[in-house]
Design a protein around this ligand. Structure first.
Ligand SMILES: [Zn+2]
Length: 300
């Protein structure tokens, strides 16, 4: 019998990542190119179609059949399959992206929010393996999160669950793009840490070199993360909270103040239970999670 595989896609504001994945979560081939969000939907779809065909060809020559595609998108994916509130790629808004890709490549397509794809990836193949209840926080330009409860992805009544970036941590704090004030995203995203430039890596490099101001920026980000995480942990009694996304590369700079705040604010039993971990899949979490969801939605 022919081996079956899935293709995972991570549609980011900057990069379009695709990976051919087998049923054990091994990446057999990958492709990556610039998203160019300003070029519009037809351009994005034709790039996707081209990249998908390339990976299908690779699969064919390896004797594998691609049976489904999973795509993680930066936006809210409604239960009706329509993408909403995609801040980084406005061209995707109000589009039935899954159907569009299905039409282009003739395979079943499962659409999922990118943070949720990342959470499924870390849960199935990464730092969250073996946990049945966990939160995966994606720290990047903004902050997202995916919640796994009793081994299943929890997307909420409208597919909008996991917006940890808009959990309030300062009642009268900084204004946020969502219209509220004092959201976590305004204190712990790459944008917040870098003072707007988005280059939190540069701040991290200075912090590692001993720069006091840069160390304080990370300590503050960690403290605010600890406040938000304590709320989630007290509410849900999770086994693990995993930090993923670009800023999680600076895990060691965030960790001490996050843990301090968490232990000060969490009640005894859930506080002692929860493990704070760094994601182990890096950029592959999203494509692996999207592929796994697509594969598991099929009667294989
Ligand atoms: Zn907000």
């Amino acid at each position: 019998m022919k081996q079956k595989g899935c293709i995972g896609i991570d549609i980011g504001g900057t990069n379009l990542r695709l990976a051919l994945v087998d049923q054990e979560g091994r990446v057999l081939a990958r492709s990556e190119e610039a998203t160019l969000p300003a070029a519009g939907l037809p351009f994005l779809l034709s790039r996707l179609e081209f990249a998908l065909e390339g990976l299908r060809e690779t699969a064919r020559s390896a004797g594998m059949e691609v049976v489904a595609v999973g795509a993680g998108v930066p936006g809210l994916v409604g239960r009706d399959g329509v993408v909403r509130a995609s801040v980084n790629i406005p061209a995707l808004e109000e589009v039935r992206l899954g159907e569009e890709i299905e039409k282009a490549v003739g395979l079943p397509v499962l659409l999922v929010n990118d943070a949720n794809a990342c959470a499924v990836g870390e849960h199935r193949f990464g730092a969250g393996r073996g946990c049945s209840s966990l939160l995966v926080v994606t720290l990047g330009t903004g902050i997202g999160a995916g919640l796994i409860l009793d081994g299943r992805l929890w997307v909420g009544a409208d597919g909008a669950a996991g917006e940890l970036g808009h959990v309030p941590v300062e009642p009268l704090g900084r204004p946020c793009g969502c219209g509220a004030r004092g959201c976590l995203e305004q204190y712990a995203s790459a944008t917040a840490i870098s003072g707007g430039s988005g280059d939190a890596e540069a701040v991290a490099a200075m912090a590692r070199g001993g720069d006091a101001g840069s160390l304080t920026l990370f300590a503050e980000a960690g403290r605010y993360l600890g406040i938000a995480v304590a709320g989630v942990v007290n509410l849900l009694n999770l086994e693990a909270v995993i930090l993923a996304g670009g800023v999680s590369g600076s895990f060691e700079l965030l960790e001490p103040s996050l843990r301090r705040e968490l232990s000060a604010r969490s009640i005894a039993v859930p506080g002692a239970r929860v493990r704070i971990l760094k994601g182990s899949l890096g950029n592959d979490a999203g494509v692996l999670g999207a592929a796994a969801l697509a594969c598991s939605s099929l009667p294989l």
